[in-house]
Write a protein that binds this ligand. Structure first.
Ligand SMILES: CC(C)(COP(=O)(O)OP(=O)(O)OC[C@H]1O[C@@H](n2cnc3c(N)ncnc32)[C@H](O)[C@@H]1OP(=O)(O)O)[C@@H](O)C(=O)NCCC(=O)NCCS
Length: 175
């Protein structure tokens, strides 16, 4: 299984909406469209993982402040889970935020999602605390962060190629 991770393009939209509809993040079409439009301007806001010409996973990127990046929704096609695609989308996001000169990337895990917790631990994210009974349905939110100025980004897997372009936006942001 050879996977290429790159910024999402308009042609990916149908696949991404289909994959998101397999999860509880099904009502995100507008967010996905906005993120793809931002990609066109060089502000990489959604990444696609592609197997041949099919998108099999996507990951949204946010910027809450000048120095901080934040992982948004990530979904991998049900048929393709367990092949480190999610892990490598996260590695690609760290590389984007690092290229922009940011020093911290945050993530929040809602409720019990042991796979996400083990994925973040594996990548070197630090646990920062818990917002107890924080969602409308009373779930906890676990806070994690990766400090780009303290830790090296893990290598991507051998079967995954990262195609992250240098963009003008990267030059403008923090540097
Ligand atoms: C969460 C999700 C994106 C993970 O995608 P995935 O491609 O299946 O994830 P990976 O194959 O990278 O697997 C992650 C697991 O492999 C581990 N892992 C990855 N690479 C590894 C390696 N080289 N060595 C050891 N462990 C590794 C991770 O720690 C994690 O551990 P687990 O299987 O023991 O729980 C996917 O399950 C999904 O789409 N879920 C539904 C939507 C969702 O919940 N999104 C998260 C909230 S936005």
């Amino acid at each position: 299984m050879k996977i290429v991770i790159r910024p999402s393009i308009p042609d990916d939209l149908v696949d991404i909406v289909r994959i998101f509809s397999q999860s509880s993040y099904d009502k995100r079409e507008k967010e996905i469209r906005n993120a793809v439009n931002a990609n066109k301007r060089g502000k990489i806001s959604i990444l696609s993982a592609c197997m041949e010409s099919t998108v099999v996973g996507a990951h949204v990127l946010h910027r809450p402040s000048k120095t901080i990046g934040k992982n948004g929704v990530i979904v991998v096609d049900r048929e393709c889970r367990g092949h480190e695609i999610g892990t490598n989308l996260y590695i690609a996001a760290l590389k984007v935020f690092k290229a922009e000169g940011r020093n911290k990337v945050t993530d929040s895990v809602i409720g019990r999602n042991p796979m996400m917790v083990s994925l973040l631990n594996f990548l070197g994210y630090t646990y920062e605390g818990c917002l107890r009974k924080h969602t409308v349905d009373g779930k906890d939110i676990l806070l994690f962060a990766f400090f780009l100025d303290e830790y090296d980004i893990p290598e991507n897997s051998a079967h995954v190629e990262l195609e992250i372009p240098e963009t003008e936006y990267m030059e403008e942001v923090v540097k």
